[in-house]
Design a binder for this molecule. Structure first.
Ligand SMILES: NC(=O)C1=CN([C@@H]2O[C@H](COP(=O)(O)OP(=O)(O)OC[C@H]3O[C@@H](n4cnc5c(N)ncnc54)[C@H](O)[C@@H]3O)[C@@H](O)[C@H]2O)C=CC1
Ligand SMILES: O=C([O-])CC(=O)C(=O)O
Length: 330
């Protein structure tokens, strides 16, 4: 029996993500939670003749979150405001930091052993917030907390195909670092199968992967950011995790994790100047992250320079998230 919850289920990401989970044969129970509109979304999804039993909750003075989360094995969180043109993801911190803190507090209280997948931006900071909240409640397990960066990888293969031809599904691109602008580092020297990017196209391709989110924000012209591609990418990650839980082996997904809590992570932490969180490919197993895979030693000089930029941005983003929950006393 697998029970999944989506927190922020009525939103632009939440609705299509809930649809994908509702029709997945890997999900037995799907619990929807949002501050608005969940009765309607839940009634709608509950008519689908898939095996998942769908339930839906509003806050109900705190009881709704408890009901939504009790017994959950996996909690996906796309709650919070999206960007408008001219905003950075960090501009979302003011509102989304508190939303993520409160929802993860619910996870800590009502389903402390669940896998937690954070989509809400700024991911570079909201995942550290989630980690601190779980630590405060003494239930933090780094192998179960994931920042969802799979959209960067989805975009990378699509944009590589646009440059070199072929189908996007042909290419696997490791994307490491974080999830905003320069903190997103595609390792194009490690595409599988081995693929040469023409040198006159390289820089523009890297920029497109780093700032792919801006393309959608601009095109949506004030009505939000990526929702459908994010629902797809978020579902792919959740599906991989659930397949690993069911015993499938050799499943590797990129994700933003607390490095020292995952096998192989400490070595990566040392390579990235002591950053606590970093996105790398991670092997998944029945209890979550089994080991972090380190593609950094093979990075070429150009990628090493990108990594230096990413490290600077990430350090500030991580500290901001951590400090929000656990201020350092001077
Ligand atoms: N990790 C990633 O790659 C990506 C992350 N995002 C982020 O995902 C978040 C959601 O984006 P959209 O779905 O487009 O926004 P949206 O505004 O369409 O939906 C957000 C939903 O969250 C709900 N919500 C707000 N406060 C809540 C609370 N305290 N508890 C439960 N639900 C609450 C809202 O009622 C709304 O239904 C944004 O922060 C966005 O930046 C978006 C795309 C990609
Ligand atoms: O760009 C945004 O604000 C939403 C996002 O994270 C993405 O599309 O990668």
């Amino acid at each position: 029996m697998v029970k999944a919850a989506v927190l922020g289920a009525s939103g632009g990401i939440g609705q299509p993500l809930s649809l994908l989970l509702a029709i997945s044969p890997l999900v037995d129970e799907l619990s929807l939670y949002d501050v608005v509109n969940t009765p309607g979304v839940g009634a709608d999804l509950s008519h689908i003749n898939s095996k998942a039993n769908v339930t839906a909750f509003l806050p109900e003075g705190g009881e709704g979150l408890e009901k939504a989360l009790t017994g959950c094995d996996i909690v996906v969180i796309p709650a919070g405001i999206p960007r408008k043109p001219g905003m950075t993801r960090d501009d979302l911190f003011k509102i989304n930091a508190g939303i993520v803190r409160d929802l993860v507090t619910g996870v800590a209280k009502f389903c402390p052993k669940a896998f937690v997948l954070i989509i809400s931006n700024p991911v570079n900071s909201t995942v550290p917030i989630a980690a601190e909240v779980l630590k405060k409640h003494d239930v933090f397990d780094a192998t179960k907390l994931f920042g969802v960066t799979s959209l960067d990888v989805v975009r990378a293969s699509t944009f590589v195909a646009a440059v070199v031809g072929g189908s996007p599904t042909d290419y696997k691109v490791p994307v490491v670092g974080g999830h905003s602008g320069e903190t997103i580092v595609p390792l194009l020297s490690q595409i599988t199968p081995k693929t040469e990017i023409p040198s006159d196209k390289l820089e523009a391709l890297v920029k497109r992967i780093q700032f792919g989110g801006d393309e959608v924000v601009k095109a949506k012209d004030g009505t939000g950011s990526a929702t459908l591609s994010m629902a797809y990418a978020g579902f792919k990650f959740a599906e991989s995790l659930l397949r690993a839980v069911k015993g499938e082996t050799l499943i590797i997904e990129p994700t933003y994790i607390f490095l020292e809590g995952v096998a192989g992570g400490q070595k990566i932490k040392d390579t990235v100047g002591g950053l606590d969180f970093f996105a790398v490919p991670v092997e998944l197993g029945p209890s979550g992250a089994v080991r972090a895979i380190n593609p950094l030693p093979q990075a070429n000089d150009y990628e090493k320079a990108l990594l230096e930029e990413a490290k600077k941005g990430l350090a500030g983003n991580i500290a901001k998230g951590t400090e929000f929950i656990t201020p350092t006393s001077n």
